[in-house]
Design a protein around this ligand. Sequence first.
Ligand SMILES: Nc1ncnc2c1ncn2[C@@H]1O[C@H](COP(=O)(O)OP(=O)(O)OP(=O)(O)O)[C@@H](O)[C@H]1O
Length: 299
Amino acid sequence: MTDHFISIESIAKRYPAPKGLTTIFENLWLGVNRGEFVCVIGHSGCGKTTVLNILAGLDAPTEGAVIVDGQAIEGPSLDRAVIFQGHSLLPWRTVLGNVAYAVTSKWRKWSSAEVNKHAQKFIDLVGLTGSEHKRPSELSGGMKQRVGIARALSIEPKILLMDEPFSALDALTRGTLQDEVRRICQETGQTVFMITHDVDEAIYLADKIVLMTNGPGAVLAEIVENPLPKERNRTEFHKHPLYYAVRNHIIDFLIARSRTFTKETPDFDPRQVPLIRPGAVEPQVVAASDAAKPRAANG
Ligand SMILES: Nc1ncnc2c1ncn2[C@@H]1O[C@H](COP(=O)(O)OP(=O)(O)OP(=O)(O)O)[C@@H](O)[C@H]1O
């Protein structure tokens, strides 16, 4: 596990409960390679946000550790940027001011000209050129989220952490922002850990999709390797011959297996989470077609 860029090693989260402790999840092991885009899918309450907060250093595991680039996480760091569902922008600062604030926190000795130039690069990257001097109250939800993305990327983090970043947006804006995040992450080789409830979003964006069982006592059940080519097109990716194989595999897990997985897989070794690559099932002849049947005699 230690060869991975991100190494989640046997983490558990437990909270005090009336009768002892409630285990939200335990024995979570996961390795993420540098430059990989990983999405986590699981039912509400299984602990996805808790895992992301642990990666961000905003929360600590009850047991276990997370190692990033050889160093154990011990708190928040500018090496790890988070994009939440809400935008959490500073309302009194402009678009440029919000992004520049993050840039200054990373490069404290930069002159304001250097800071603004760097911030502008990321404002341009997310398509907000011309809106630099607007305040958050003057922006649409999609534009605010773009500022959040620009701000997160501007500190050039080792890891980008995203918690349902597009879920509050209308379908059109969501699609555009997914395209942009995908393009930027591919161009920059960004390592991403993202939570989503949207199976198609995961298939469009991710290299690997991690399936988490229901809590309490959730575990990572499978890592689904996305068989779609890295070069994907929003309007075409659902026509790929393996698209339905991946989609059905994930949906089947969420509907039929996520609740009963632990009980039905007693020998499951959480250190060896299976890597699954859904493939095409060979078409089978199920019956002779009607066309070959002899016609009934007329009259
Ligand atoms: N401070 C706390 N004390 C007790 N239980 C908590 C606390 N914080 C979170 N939990 C519980 O931990 C569980 C996991 O929460 P978490 O937000 O990580 O789930 P999630 O999978 O991200 O859910 P969703 O998909 O709905 O966002 C939930 O059952 C939640 O009630």
